[in-house]
Design a protein around this ligand. Sequence first.
Ligand SMILES: O=c1[nH]c(=O)c2[nH]c(=O)[nH]c2[nH]1
Length: 292
Amino acid sequence: MAITLGPNQYGKAEVRLVTVQREGTVHHLKDLTVSTSLRGDLAATHLTGDNADVVATDTQKNTVYAFAKEAPVGEIEDFALRLGRHFVGSFEHITGARILIDEHGWNRISGHDHAFSQAGSEKRTTAVTVQGDQAWVVSGLDDLVVLKSTGSEFHGFPRDEYTTLAETNDRILATAVTARWRYQGDGIDWATSHAEVRRIMLETFADKHSLSLQQTLYAMGEAVLKEREEVAEVRLSLPNKHHFLVDLSPFGLKNDNEVFYAADRPYGLIEGVVLRDDAEDAGLAWHTLAAF
Ligand SMILES: O=c1[nH]c(=O)c2[nH]c(=O)[nH]c2[nH]1
């Protein structure tokens, strides 16, 4: 029997970075959580504890902070590319880097130059993979909570001895969108693209009459791919945030689709990928270490 070292990566997870950029008296805030992972020829430290090629995770964290000072952070995709290329370009044994950044939104308090309120639970995300001189960018958003109070049906599903769900042609449809989209091509305006993908998903959720959350998922991904040629592929994870009609009959009242119980669990979880057939190859874009 032979035992060998399999795929591995290491880095600093969840570096919390807040920057204040001053433009006269007007301040601009960035609130990021940055995770770095480095890959390469790292057998020595695993097998013998020889750390000659191990860029300390503490150094990785410091690099994040120093880079934030040396140049404006800018869009998270650009910041991640800068970091990834730095690590791969600076250390011979480091051949790959994966940089994950979540951006937490703050809204300016109206009329104030340097006061903000947190935007809520939604986050903008990116995952940049650098391998040699190649790079892949997968951006997205987490926890974009949406609800429509009509325009959603669910019926026609099989019924067996365990089926109790009533068919409905008018229900609440609510979800918290987790989306990841893979970019292709060059010269992408990250901020505009993110805003447009988000807008298209929201409009499609609102406009598309839904016969299932699965149909809505596909429609959202399809609309993004039709309008944004820089997007090669969209992955969506949509929890079905069930709103159950409350039985008001014990009180002699009829519930005309007005009074709901919002259950937090269990929830249906609808997930899927929408692709274009002429997309650039995904390369290492989605690559993760399965065991991590
Ligand atoms: O849109 C839905 N898809 C399902 O697969 C499903 N299953 C369920 O119980 N309710 C729903 N709603």
